[in-house]
Design a protein around this ligand. Structure first.
Ligand SMILES: Cc1cc2nc3c(=O)[nH]c(=O)nc-3n(C[C@H](O)[C@H](O)[C@H](O)COP(=O)(O)O)c2cc1C
Length: 253
């Protein structure tokens, strides 16, 4: 039996949640970084005995298209999947059911699912500091329950909330821009999950390719990439009501 942690995490929140779950399952897991634009996912083939934690953020209540396309290149061969969707304290809507359908297509069986909260990667004041100690303790305890389920041979799929057909996916159109502090070091271009930033001149962005994931803002060593202040103000205001109350993680076994 081999464990995998398969994660799409542009700004690291999804990764933190996945780590907390994986730690509760095993001391060592093979990591597959779906965020890497140059990753070769075609050769990743699991067996029936293997267990994979598969984690994605929720974008407009859906699985990010880039993550979906990369997951469909994996080969599950009956491996057990623990699905994780991580959202910024607004709502995750159809993300988990969509993820369930995607992993079924490539041969995984779903043993458990989690909808967990992490800092909102655009409006970072919401769910700031999450996952926190309370989240990590809860997730690790749930991972131990999942391990027991797998060990007992129970292959029942959990009932996962969401709708089919899924809600319409909407692009935010928010494209972070370089500020005067940009020295064209190229870190953002190398780390962009979709190669939207020109490696020769990181001030040039392919707006159509950008998925608004905020990775360039998060990884810039000079804090030189930003979302337009007015847009950020409006997004923060729009999210105030749905995002302000702490939401609990949802666990499905
Ligand atoms: C384009 C985009 C759309 C998002 N849509 C939602 C959403 O519909 N609901 C929500 O609660 N959070 C939403 N978020 C917040 C992320 O789901 C959340 O911050 C997540 O932890 C980001 O994962 P990461 O840190 O691994 O990049 C969105 C973030 C981005 C960048």
């Amino acid at each position: 039996m081999k464990y995998y942690e398969i994660c799409f995490s542009p700004t690291g929140g999804t990764q933190k949640v996945a780590n907390a779950v994986t730690k509760g399952l095993t001391q060592s897991a093979s990591k597959v970084d779906l965020t890497d634009a140059k990753g070769n996912f075609d050769g990743i083939s699991l067996t029936k005995e293997d267990v994979a934690v598969i984690a994605v953020p929720s974008y407009s209540g859906r699985v990010p298209e880039t993550a979906a396309a990369r997951i469909t290149r994996l080969q599950g061969h009956g491996a057990s999947a623990i699905l994780i969707c991580v959202y910024g304290n607004r709502a995750y809507e159809d993300t988990l059911v969509e993820l369930q359908d995607i992993v079924h297509q490539v041969g995984f069986k779903v043993v458990a699912a989690i909808a967990a909260v992490a800092e909102h990667s655009i409006a970072r004041r919401y769910a700031a500091g999450r996952p926190d100690e309370e989240d990590r303790t809860q997730l690790a305890a749930f991972a131990r329950q999942i391990a027991q389920k797998i060990a007992s041979g129970d292959s029942c799929e959990p009932k996962i909330p969401g709708h089919r057909p899924y809600r319409k996916a909407g692009a935010t159109g928010i494209v972070p821009k370089p500020t005067k502090a940009c020295i064209n070091c190229g870190v953002c271009a190398r780390k962009c999950p979709v190669g939207a930033i020109n490696p020769a001149d990181s001030r040039k962005v392919d707006k159509k390719a950008c998925i608004s994931c905020m990775r360039c803002v998060a990884v810039c060593p000079h804090s030189a990439r930003k979302v337009n202040g007015l847009i950020l103000f409006l997004v923060n205001a729009m999210l105030k009501k749905p995002c302000s109350q702490r939401k609990v993680n949802e666990l499905y076994l």
